[in-house]
Design a protein around this ligand. Sequence first.
Ligand code: ATP
Ligand code: MG
Length: 468
Amino acid sequence: MHRKPTPLLQSLRFRLIASVVTIEIVMLSLLVWNNISIIHTTHTDRLRDTATSMIQQIARTSGTYMVAVDYATLEDYLGNIIDYQELSYLVVLDRDEHSVIELGAFPSEPWPVSEDHPAQVTDGIFDISEDITVAGQPMGSVLMGFSLSLMDEAIRKSRIRGISIAAVEILLTVIVTVLIGLGLTRRLGVLAAAAQEVGKGDYSIKIPIETADEVGRTASAFNRMVTEVSNRTQQLEEAESRSRTLLAENRNLVHTSLHVQEEERKHLARELHDELGQCITAIQADAESIRDLSRDHDKRIEASASAILGVSSRIYEVVHAMMQRLRPGILDDLGLVEALQEEISAWQERNPDVNCAFKTSGDVADLGERTSITIYRIVQECLTNVAKYAKASQLAIDLSTNSDSLVLRIRDDGRGMDLPVTGSGLGLIGMRERTEGLGGEFMLESKKGAGVAISVTIPMNGREQEIT
Ligand SMILES: Nc1ncnc2c1ncn2[C@@H]1O[C@H](COP(=O)(O)OP(=O)(O)OP(=O)(O)O)[C@@H](O)[C@H]1O
Ligand SMILES: [Mg+2]
């Protein structure tokens, strides 16, 4: 199955993995940042508390020795304390601020200003001082400096540990997310590809069901749906093919009946001409002889013979008109254009309110019989419709040919009609069927109040076939 790759930013796989990893990184960073600040606070608070309690203890003890001016014992005592790892220096000042004991890496004068909290320290040493008083009398003060390096080292180690744990967690999350994402999107990809194939009309596709989870259930629902669609499509195709066959059969039937109708009309016209026409002519001849023979003998017989002559002439006119309607002889004798001209002028006489213009252009002589009769019948039906429905004032009929086709255009400016036409009339249907029977194209344009335009195009090759 060939698929167009989805652009990276639009792929579900990328968006799933990217969003989970981003959320994970943000959350872990917040957590690490929070832990580090807690660790920092805890360590600095511990150092401040330790330093405060140590200096208070030392100030109390130092007071006793200072009263006794026993600086040697005091120094011994403080010598043990200076071993405390974080303690950087320890200085004891007397009440005149002269140093009496200096231990560790003590600073030079002026003595550093006492700080409240290790967090405020800028030089790496937390300086702290405490007054020495005995019985309310100031005896001096103790200055102590605590190095922050040990604490900083501890904080740094905790930070590294926190960041390492977070990094491992992020890595594991990425791996797990990628694995789940790839697995999920691979299966969704199979679904998408199958849907695409179905979209192209391949209903034989079946998605393998790997597990019974949501994707598995979707896949089995998809398979059921495809089977259903396939069945329905097959039924539709069968119905469509049956309809096509029926339509084709109907068309055949219509064409055949139009042909049979035309043949029957031709036959009737011939019968009327050959049989009835001959009889009427014989009656007329006999009536004429009777009239001539009885002229000088019996006026009543002469009058009757004249009456028979009049009636038979009337019958002949009616029969002649019927013959013309059934099969205009002029169509066979003088061709389509003459026949149309005669039909149109007869129609114009009956419909003097409509101004009908008939024009031809190109070579419209020598059309085959079927083409001629088709055009003739279409014009005849249009004239009837215009007289019956259009209430038109103008009617234009154009017949033309070009190298490819024969074109008939009929346009009136009457009431028109809304399309499609509904009703039981057969005129327009007959026009279309006759045209299509010759491989041509029939077009009808109309709107209520905008007249009707009909265009019939019969291809030259159809015409030629028909002529031959
Ligand atoms: N030139 C026109 N102007 C206005 N309406 C028309 C025109 N030609 C046809 N129609 C409308 O179209 C309908 C169908 O015409 P069609 O010729 O197919 O059937 P019909 O004339 O009613 O019956 P039939 O032709 O079978 O005797 C007509 O009933 C009429 O309403
Ligand atoms: Mg009609």
